[in-house]
Design a protein around this ligand. Structure first.
Ligand SMILES: [Fe+2]
Length: 183
């Protein structure tokens, strides 16, 4: 009997119930709104960002939180932080990072295609395991999350993750947001 001990490393991914509505909204946002300089992160990555307002996004996000309730079999109140749009040109990428100290983070994938960047998680404890033991158990320090256009991903904000270099001339678009669970 083999058992994984702790549930702290997890993600939830599903097709957004309002995926086309979200895609249409994202496609309606003009590139002239790119405002990378207002973000206090992003010095180590190459991507464009557009800041959005959580009040405007609530109607798009809440159906997905409702679906998350179903998947987690638990409801909660939450505080949504302002979302933002990520735009990846060819060769853009994002270095490994986390969204600490938020509680949960989310990414909505507005498009996909040949050569598109991959989203991956990186185990922050990867140096703890001896290479010989790692080989024995087939340990992987990196886990790529496959996604399709219209998928939404939720994960604990402390999980390290990154985006591989984008190898397409189609701009890769994702919507990201963080939220805290309230008492
Ligand atoms: Fe991130």
């Amino acid at each position: 009997m083999n058992r994984v001990l702790f549930q702290s490393n997890f993600y939830v991914k599903f097709k957004a119930p309002n995926s086309q509505e979200l895609i249409d909204y994202i496609e309606s946002i003009d590139d002239s709104l790119i405002n990378n300089q207002i973000f206090n992160w992003g010095k180590m990555c190459s991507s464009d960002k557009i800041a959005l307002k959580s009040q405007e996004l609530m109607k798009f996000i809440s159906p997905n939180i409702n679906e998350l309730y179903e998947r987690l079999k638990s409801k909660f109140f939450y505080n949504l932080y302002d979302p933002w749009l990520n735009l990846y040109k060819r060769k853009d990428f994002q270095e490994i990072h986390a969204h600490h100290p938020c509680h949960l983070s989310s990414v909505f994938f507005a498009n996909d295609g040949e050569g598109f960047s991959k989203f991956y998680f990186s185990d922050r404890h990867s140096n703890d395991i001896h290479p010989k033991l790692g080989k024995l158990i087939g340990y992987k320090p990196i886990n790529v999350v496959e996604y399709n256009r219209g998928d939404i991903l939720f994960f604990p904000s402390y999980l390290l993750h990154g985006i591989t270099p984008h190898n397409s001339d189609t701009i890769r678009k994702t919507l990201s947001f963080n939220f805290d669970i309230l008492d």
